[in-house]
Ligand binder design. Structure first.
Ligand code: NI
Length: 173
């Protein structure tokens, strides 16, 4: 297992459309474990393979229950697809690829996701609240979409400017 470097916005590789997984082999199982370890190490609520420069449709999602320790339960979803969505919620999101920004995002309140496990077995997850948010956020990554694309243009522009300024300052020191 390994902790992989996470790409940071505005890296263009975050915009790639990830390819469906077709080989359910040892390599896939190893990548899924690396994603899990990388997410836990960060620590984060979820991680998508394109964030570690592997443009494949794989996500991991923190599934810690109330009385459990973080990292105990992580869902791995291969080729996840939202097949039903209902209602609306606003939740404050952040992203391991978007440093120092948290912002309210409007998404579906409940989603049903079809996916496969690392052996190719199909399963279905229905989630609401935080877990529904994470699922939608991570699946967005597979299509090159960041939560930044779902906030107001003004907020996004302010963030871009702040980021450029920080990068300039870092160069000067
Ligand atoms: Ni993210």
């Amino acid at each position: 297992m390994a902790i992989l470097p996470i790409l940071k916005y505005p890296d263009p590789r975050l915009r790639q459309i990830s390819k469906p997984v077709t080989a359910f082999d040892e390599e896939l199982a190893a990548l899924a474990l690396d994603l899990r370890e990388t997410m836990i190490n960060a620590p984060g609520s979820g991680l998508a393979a394109p964030q570690v420069d592997q443009p494949l449709r794989i996500i991991v999602v923190d599934d810690t229950g109330e009385d459990e320790a973080y990292g105990e339960k992580v869902l791995t979803l291969i080729n996840p697809k939202i097949v039903a969505a209902e209602g609306e919620q606003i939740y404050k999101e952040g992203c391991l690829s978007v440093v120092e920004l948290q912002s309210d995002v409007r998404r579906s309140a409940e989603v049903t996701v079809e996916a496969q496990d690392v052996s190719g077995q199909k399963f279905v997850v229905t989630a609401s609240g935080r877990k529904a948010v994470i699922l939608q956020h991570e699946i967005d990554h597979l299509d090159g979409v960041l939560f930044l694309d779902r906030i107001s243009r003004l907020k996004k522009e302010m963030y871009r400017k702040k980021l450029l300024k920080t990068q300039k300052m870092a160069k000067n020191t």
